[in-house]
Design a protein around this ligand. Structure first.
Ligand SMILES: *Cc1c(COP(=O)(O)O)cnc(C)c1O
Length: 364
């Protein structure tokens, strides 16, 4: 039996007719950049997940960049973040000339550890970029208590966590702003690039909205040096359709994760922990094994696709060599990077495929 790591085709075939009809309507109306389809999507996204307001953007990296600007980050400022993430989580910090300060992660969820944040605070610390990695909510109460004490601006990178909650609140609504990616492989994926920005502060939303389109409150007047971070009309149209299915898709991811957690029984595997404080949306089902390369080969031979997410933590990436971290600087993140392996977990997997993945892991 074949179980691909990820197959985008099934989902897109299932909704093909409704998506193509919506794209045709957008095409006929020539609503290519922002416009009604994006405005409708922004409203739908806000009501689906519980945000006051949403700004659609052209990627998940752009809202991270705007978050750094809204936080007032700049040269000389230290921004604490996690090394166990996709690179883009750190880019916003570097784009504005601030310095990323990498700290270690929790041993069970691999999200940034509040205790490690506390130890890294200096007079130069200005903010924190939290990542809800693999769809698992980070420990926001502890993080926000530190932020309040030291007056730090908190960005939540929710690229992998659309629909996840922390003590009943949607991720992205707890910090000063939240950012999303709709890259096709994400839980809510566009047919192309996309992203979104949310904030509980009206002034932050207004600023992000201004910067999204050339810093221009009114045509040909530019009050700030802005950007072109507009979302495409086509992406807004597709994403509104996908929002109608996201609850079902997330429920299916949770069902698969529950089976993996209950039925994978292996002495050397560390399974992901579901913390009591929140609900994961299982963007990835990532586990640790001391011989993960051999495990991967074994799974491959049984037709099961896997990925290593992420093989190289950010503090050891060549682009940040000048920061002076070395092997051993952040042992928990490095331990996870050396042992992690992610199993297939997309909603269209059949029960038979899930059973095959479990049997294949258990027979290693
Ligand atoms: C995907 C992702 C991003 C970036 O999103 P793009 O849409 O590719 O720009 C940022 N952070 C994390 C954690 C991601 O997984």
């Amino acid at each position: 039996m074949k179980v691909p790591f990820l197959d985008l085709k099934q989902q897109h075939q299932a909704i093909r007719a409704e998506v193509l009809a919506a794209l045709a309507a957008t095409y006929d109306a020539t609503r290519f950049c922002l416009g009604k389809d994006v405005e409708d999507f922004e409203k739908n996204f806000s009501t689906t997940f519980g945000y006051a307001r949403t700004l659609g953007m052209n990627s998940g990296t752009s809202p991270l960049h705007l978050g750094s600007i809204c936080g007032g980050f700049g040269p000389g400022d230290e921004i604490i973040t996690t090394p166990f993430t996709f690179a883009s989580s750190c880019w916003g910090i570097s784009y504005v000339g601030a310095t990323p300060v990498f700290v270690d992660v929790d041993t069970d969820t691999w999200c940034i550890s509040p205790e490690s944040i506390s130890r890294a605070i200096t007079p130069k610390t200005k903010g924190i970029v939290v990542v809800h990695i693999f769809g698992q909510p980070a420990r926001m109460d502890e993080i926000m208590a530190i932020a309040r004490k030291h007056k730090l601006f908190v960005i939540e990178d929710c690229a992998q966590a659309v629909g996840a909650t922390y003590r009943g609140s949607p991720v992205g609504s707890l910090g000063d702003c939240g950012t999303f990616s709709f890259y096709p492989t994400k839980n809510l994926g566009a047919c192309g690039e996309g992203g979104a920005f949310v904030s509980k502060h009206a002034a932050v939303m207004d600023k992000a909205q201004l910067l999204r389109v050339h810093g221009s409150p009114k045509r040909y007047t530019h009050t700030e040096v802005g950007f072109n971070f507009r979302m495409d009309g086509f992406q807004g149209a597709v994403l509104s359709i996908k929002l109608q299915h996201i609850a079902r898709w997330t429920a299916r991811r949770r069902e698969i994760a529950a089976r993996y957690r209950a039925e994978i029984i292996h002495p050397k595997i560390q399974l992901p922990v579901v913390p009591a404080h929140g609900e994961s949306v299982w963007h990835q089902f990532t586990m640790l094994h001391p011989r993960r390369d051999a495990l991967r080969t074994h799974l491959e031979q049984g037709g099961v696709g896997t990925e290593i997410i992420y093989p190289g933590p950010m503090h050891l990436q060549p682009c940040y060599a000048s920061l002076g971290y070395e092997q051993g600087s952040l042992p928990v993140a490095e331990h996870a990077s050396e042992r992690c392996v992610s199993l297939p977990i997309f909603p269209e997997l059949t029960d038979e495929q899930v059973a095959h993945v479990i049997a294949s892991v258990n027979s290693f």
